[in-house]
Design a protein around this ligand. Structure first.
Ligand code: HPA
Length: 271
């Protein structure tokens, strides 16, 4: 079956769960932060055509339920380029959501802090990104049914949604910083020299996800809001070596706050 036919098949399956206009991708260690009312869900393996997740601890399921008066789709667990997927497979879930009718995509991730003044535990609104993966999920024949050949990326992270997030954050007393996210391939963490180079390019955060999904979402005309949890100083920013355990521990410590922010934000989204 060709790619577009697989997308349509997966979309038909997800439509059995509902017709959400909002989707949330929850990154590493954040799977549980958004409980939904009346939740119906399917594992990635139960959705025909969906790529299969590989990394342990990433559950890989799609749930639909309500939050306030909004129907929301939540993807728990995500695919990473370093796992070996082609980018077209990696963005398959997001493209399926577009066919289901999703108009707003919220993406979350754990990231290393590059900018001086970013600390582990900070929540950061992504203002823009740098694609350092050396690849683009839209490579190959354009899927004109989804979007244009050359999509504009000049306001990829919706300014109005960021403003709304800042407002909700202020009301809840949740501090939000703002910065540029650079996607690195991983799975090795970066070297200090790479981080210095990325800083000179204007990157404030570094991680191994998000950018392909955002490119695919913008191609399909979705509005995007991205939020990073800074889990560690990027390589060389502090003398401390980087560890996945540290990343998980800081994510865990900030998960409740991020869940609170998203729960308050989602009912106020303009769609
Ligand atoms: N680098 C890349 N990805 C990450 C990091 C980092 O420092 N922290 C969390 N994800």
């Amino acid at each position: 079956m060709d790619y577009l036919a697989r997308l349509k098949q997966a979309a038909e399956t997800l439509k059995e769960l509902g017709s959400p206009k909002i989707a949330v991708v929850l990154g590493s260690g954040l799977s549980h932060i958004l409980p939904l009312q009346g939740e119906r869900k399917k594992g990635f393996r139960e959705i025909p055509g969906f790529p299969q997740p590989t990394v342990e601890g990433h559950t890989g399921e799609v749930a639909v339920g309500t939050l306030g008066d909004r129907e929301v789709l939540v993807q728990r667990g995500r695919l990473h380029y370093y796992e070996g997927y082609d980018l077209a497979e990696l963005v398959f879930p997001v493209r399926t959501y577009a066919l289901v009718g999703v108009k707003v995509l919220l993406v979350t991730n754990a990231a290393g802090g590059i900018r001086f003044g970013f600390f582990p535990g900070d929540l950061v609104l992504i203002s823009d990104h740098i694609n350092f993966l050396g690849a683009n999920p839209l490579r190959g024949p354009n899927l004109a049914e989804l979007g244009p050949r050359f999509p504009d990326m000049s306001a990829a992270y919706d300014p109005d949604l960021r403003q709304l997030a800042r407002q909700v954050g202020a009301e809840l007393g949740i501090a939000l910083k703002e910065g540029v996210y650079l996607a690195a391939l991983g799975p090795s963490y970066e070297t200090p020299a790479e981080i210095r180079a990325f800083r000179a390019w204007g990157a404030d955060l570094v991680g191994m996800s998000t950018v392909p999904e955002v490119i695919a979402a913008r191609h399909a005309g979705m509005r995007v809001l991205g939020i990073s949890v800074v889990t560690n100083f990027a390589a060389g920013v502090s003398p401390q070596p980087l560890s996945h355990e540290e990343v998980l521990a800081v994510t865990k410590a900030k998960a409740a706050e991020l869940g609170q922010l998203l729960s308050a934000l989602i009912p106020r989204l303009p769609c």
